[in-house]
Design a protein around this ligand. Structure first.
Ligand code: SME
Length: 163
């Protein structure tokens, strides 16, 4: 196991314990952000964008103030929503229509999240102030951490808020 894989294993175990409590969808997202932001020096910003009524609106996050809404269909987050694929951007300058909420962000990783109907309802977005900070190991580690989110809490929240 690489050092990076071992780090994500530790983060998974810590979050598994924290998220085992009966809370809420937003409590779980906020906890994931707090743990990952403070345990990963390479993370400049981490947060969730929600697909709500055809708009992409910021949810819980940690880091500098971010765009509240991402203009359709620009940028990495919309590309991930529309393709249903994770996207690793080694250099944000090279991504057409990239939305720069903060000019210090240099590289980025976006992972889509789906509901019970397999529709993308949110994305996890992680930014770094270093070029080429993210690779497949980060994507796999974060995807595994997202699997800790209680699917009933997610589906109930999405329905109640008419995503
Ligand atoms: N860069 C993202 C926008 C969100 S910020 O990075 C927080 C994008 O192009 O979708």
């Amino acid at each position: 196991m690489s050092k990076k894989e071992a780090k994500y294993q530790r983060l998974f175990s810590q979050l598994e314990a924290l998220l085992s409590k009966e809370t809420s969808f937003i409590s779980q997202l906020a906890t994931i952000n707090a743990v990952l932001y403070h345990k990963n020096p390479g993370y400049f910003w981490i947060g969730f964008y929600f697909v709500q009524n055809g708009r992409l609106l910021v949810g819980p996050y940690q880091g500098p103030v971010a765009c509240q809404e991402l203009e359709y269909p620009k940028g990495v987050c919309w590309a991930s929503v529309l393709s249903k694929e994770e996207i690793i951007v080694k250099d944000v300058e090279s991504f057409p229509d990239h939305i720069a909420c903060d000019s210090r962000s240099k590289s980025e990783l976006v992972i889509p999240m789906v509901n019970e109907a397999n529709e993308v309802v949110a994305v996890l977005d992680v930014d770094s102030d270093k070029l080429n900070n993210f690779d497949k190991t980060d994507a796999a580690g974060l995807t595994r951490i997202l699997s800790l989110i209680n699917t009933k809490l997610l589906n109930d929240y999405v329905k109640a808020n008419k995503f």
